[in-house]
Design a protein around this ligand. Structure first.
Ligand SMILES: *Cc1c(COP(=O)(O)O)cnc(C)c1O
Length: 362
């Protein structure tokens, strides 16, 4: 059973790793197209969309940049509440666009009413944020935030694209790209998809593709129009990370066999298990949920540590006992720990980790 509970990269199944040892094939041949065509319906089921899901050979940050280059015309509102949403914000400026920040403290979520108020002032053509902020374990209320964007669009007449970092939500929860009206949704292979690092997946709405066609400076590597042109042949614009695509094909089969709804339910159960453990057993070690109730990620639980054993020491003791969890991220390093319960992990596996944690805490 896995003892590896980092919030990314996550444990990868043996069959998936084994698939990567297959010999190389030509990436413009029919065999390659068949492999990608086989992955496509599963990826669209995971993204809850009828739109194409593009496969990029990069880490997730690559498609965050792609989102900006293809989706922000002049000025974006960036919602920040942790390290990854801050990275998204910084990327907007790096790509030469104006950006205004709607910042809330690390550990907090954004409010749809406040988002609406800020957008109503006008002048924004895109919004960026992280659905599940992996640095804090906060889950933003995506459906309500999306609705606030749509309402503001109606009032201002601005076309405001919603660009969502779903890196630790897609594949671990039901992120309804079509039903919630998201314009760009992206994830990386090494989080809830339980693949090795190195691939990123992204889907764009039709209106985002229409906007992209009018933007200059989309660059080469993340030009969504090129991705779309090649997607129609079930290919990628440049040589894909072939071994990772083999792994994807295998993992797509496994995800399809479980079903995306069952997969989401399993993640919800792991979150609840982790939170209940902290509530019932954590007090004597000063452990408590860091994110506010109702705003807790299904894939990563951040626990505030204010007790006899300091946060980095908990991580170190588990490490010595053969278990890996995530330390606090950045400025939360000394005061929190993070348990990644995503990908192929199970409630039973998580129980074993929690028991081991009690043991090392003494
Ligand atoms: C891990 C992560 C990223 C960055 O992913 P890379 O694959 O390292 O580029 C971005 N956003 C979130 C929410 C993440 O968890």
């Amino acid at each position: 059973m896995s003892r590896f509970f980092l919030p990314g990269p996550t444990e990868v199944g043996h069959e998936v790793l084994a698939a990567m040892t297959r010999p190389m094939i030509g990436h413009r041949g029919s065999e390659m197209s068949e492999i990608l065509a086989g992955c496509d319906p599963v990826l669209r089921a995971i993204f809850r969309t009828e739109r194409p899901v593009y496969v990029a050979s990069s880490s997730a940050t690559g498609l965050m940049e792609g989102a900006v280059r293809n989706g922000v015309r002049r000025r974006a509102l960036a919602l920040t509440n942790g390290a990854f949403s801050e990275r998204f914000r910084d990327l907007v400026a790096d790509c030469g666009r104006e950006v205004e920040t709607y910042e809330v403290d690390w550990g907090e979520a954004h409010e749809p009413e406040e988002l609406h108020r800020r957008l109503r002032a006008g002048g924004f053509d895109a919004v960026t944020f992280a659905h599940s902020e992996t640095s804090t374990g906060v889950l933003n209320p995506l459906r309500d935030l999306a609705e606030a964007v749509r309402t503001a669009e109606g009032e201002t007449g601005d076309e405001i694209l919603l660009l969502v970092d779903g890196v630790t939500s897609v594949g671990g929860s039901l992120v309804e790209m079509d039903a919630w009206g998201l314009d760009f949704l992206l994830t990386g292979s090494q989080k809830a998809m339980a693949l090795p690092p190195g691939l990123a997946f992204g889907a764009a709405s039709e209106r985002m593709m229409a906007r992209a066609a009018t933007l200059t400076g989309r660059g080469q590597y993340f030009d969504l129009l090129e991705y779309d042109r090649y997607w129609r042949k079930h290919q990628t614009p440049t040589t894909p990370a072939l071994s990772l695509v083999y792994a994807l094909a295998e993992q797509a089969r496994r995800i399809d066999a479980e079903g995306v709804e069952a997969r989401a339910a399993r993640h919800d159960a792991m979150r609840e298990r982790c939170l209940r453990w902290a509530a019932e057993r954590g007090e004597r070690w000063g452990l408590s949920a860091y994110a506010p109730a109702g705003r807790r990620s299904p894939t990563v639980t951040t626990l505030a540590v204010d007790g006899p054993v300091a946060a980095p020491e908990i991580v170190a003791r588990l490490k010595r006992a053969g278990w890996t969890i995530g330390g606090g991220y950045g400025k939360l390093r000394d005061t929190t720990i993070r348990i990644g319960h995503m990908g192929d992990h199970t409630v039973e596996g998580l129980d074993a980790l929690l028991a081991a944690t009690e043991e090392v805490l003494g």
